[in-house]
Design a protein around this ligand. Structure first.
Ligand code: UD1
Length: 435
């Protein structure tokens, strides 16, 4: 298994190019199942989770190719361009072996039921960050007229006469359930209203792509989405938004090391909550004046140590849960104390004992962690059980004295493209050890 070795203490300086958003690309890939005509997606990041979704779609009968005009080796600018053609869906079952690798596999369920009248998806089961049920996905499909049963570890949904529009009120905000039901509703007869919908930028991106495919959606960007079903969707092209979590992570890397970094292709409006917290901690984040059409962000720590700031995770536009572990690594070396409260997922503090092994002073009280900043961390062998926890250990390693080895790098590869290359291009002493 690969490991990443970091020798900390170097302020980062340079440019990092931000890739396409993993969490936008996953539902967009699943959306290809909704149409018999091809969907061309640009700026797809090269990540393990994307490969998992692509393998799942191929297994359903989707043909995935690089568009002819780019097949000569060009990659269509940054990121990959993929053409997905779901002309013939050959299987409506998403098997356990693929679903267990990635919970987002459940996003094929809505499109399969909407297009084929049936779908069978293995239950994702528990995962490292809490129980993470899929009851909202199932209830929503039932509201759209599907019969849903749980059988031998699979969710089996049937709507032989097609789905029909309905009003669905989410009792709590769910990104995945909003995406699944938004996709399903595009082909349901009549009107669907999703109330208390999640409004993460990834959902807005999905909605824009669905509209390009011929879907009729109002309220995009709000917590109330109204969808008027159509009988079929058509071919479309769409470019995936930049990854705001990757953006925020490199913002924190620059902040932690006291460097100055330019994030090319990043969108400041998508990381406003993170910018506010960093500003209070003593980090200056601005839009580059010469950012070009895709924009760029400049990150620079003001003089002196970072200041401790309280943080609470919330659905968008609040501070993202996917940045909670990273801000904790930062607060671990800040001056003063910081209370970090996790409101989205239970049990999302697995990085705490590992950060403590590097010298951080953190105590967990229920859903809150009290972080008392220390002047320095020390390198250690560490590992984490999820993606964002793993990257928080990389951040800690970048500022720690001595050598940090992050084990189980496959978690990082699920969500960060060439992280060691991007960081070493900014001067970090970081390398991947294979094997
Ligand atoms: C998505 C993101 C993940 C991010 C999370 C919250 C993708 C691929 N993943 O995950 O990176 O951390 O949003 O921003 O986009 N819940 C239920 N019942 C359900 C569904 C969810 O109780 O049917 C609960 C979950 O357990 C959790 C909360 O709702 O406590 C939010 O989960 P949700 O927004 O659905 O997260 P995901 O879509 O799985």
């Amino acid at each position: 298994m690969d490991r990443i070795v970091i020798r900390g203490g170097v302020p980062l300086a340079g440019t990092v190019t931000i890739g396409g958003a993993k969490n936008a690309a996953l539902p967009l890939l699943a959306a290809s199942l909704l149409s018999a005509e091809p969907l061309v997606l640009a700026n797809i990041p090269d990540l393990a989770d994307i490969t998992t979704m692509a393998n799942l779609l191929v297994q359903h009968g989707v043909a995935i190719t690089i568009p002819a005009e780019l097949a000569s080796g060009a990659r269509g600018g940054r990121g990959r361009v993929l053409e997905l053609s779901a002309r013939h869906i050959t299987s409506t079952t998403a098997p356990y072996d693929l679903v267990r690798k990635m919970r987002a596999s459940v996003l094929v369920l809505g499109p399969l039921v909407a297009r084929c009248g049936r779908g069978r998806v293995s239950l994702p089961g528990g995962c490292a960050i809490g129980t993470r049920p899929v009851d909202l996905h199932i209830e929503g499909l039932r509201r759209l007229g599907a019969e849903v049963e749980l059988n031998e570890g699979y969710i089996e949904a049937r709507a032989p006469k097609g789905l029909r529009g309905a009003e669905i009120v989410f009792p709590c905000v769910s990104v995945g359930a909003t995406e699944n039901l938004l996709m399903a509703a595009t082909l349901a007869a009549g009107e669907t209203v999703l109330i208390n919908a999640a409004r993460e930028p990834e959902i807005t991106d999905l909605a824009h792509c669905l509209v390009a495919m011929g879907a009729r959606i109002e309220g995009i960007g709000s917590d109330r989405l109204t969808i008027r079903g159509v009988t079929s969707l058509h071919a479309a092209r769409h470019r995936v938004i930049p990854d705001r979590i990757e953006t925020g992570t490199y913002m924190m890397a620059a902040a932690a090391t006291g460097g100055e970094v330019r994030l090319e292709g990043a969108r400041l409006d998508h990381v406003e909550a993170v910018r506010r917290i960093l500003d209070a901690a003593g980090v200056c984040v601005t839009e580059a004046a010469d950012g070009g059409p895709e924009g760029a962000i400049l990150v620079r720590r003001r003089n002196g140590r970072l200041a401790g700031v309280d943080v609470m995770t919330e659905p968008y536009p609040g501070f993202p849960t996917d940045m909670q572990a990273q801000i904790m690594a930062l607060m671990a070396i800040a001056e003063g104390a910081s209370m970090i409260t996790e409101t989205i997922f239970e049990n999302r503090f697995m990085h705490v004992p590992e950060l403590a092994r590097m010298g951080a002073n953190i105590t967990v009280h229920g859903a809150s962690a009290l972080v008392r900043g220390v002047p320095r961390l020390t390198g250690a062998p560490v590992m984490a059980t999820d993606l964002r926890a793993s990257v928080s250990l990389v951040l800690a390693g970048l500022v720690a004295d001595g050598e940090t080895t992050v084990n189980r790098v496959y978690h990082l590869d699920r969500g960060y493209e060439r992280i060691e290359d991007k960081l070493s291009a900014c001067g970090a002493r970081i390398e991947r050890l294979r094997g």
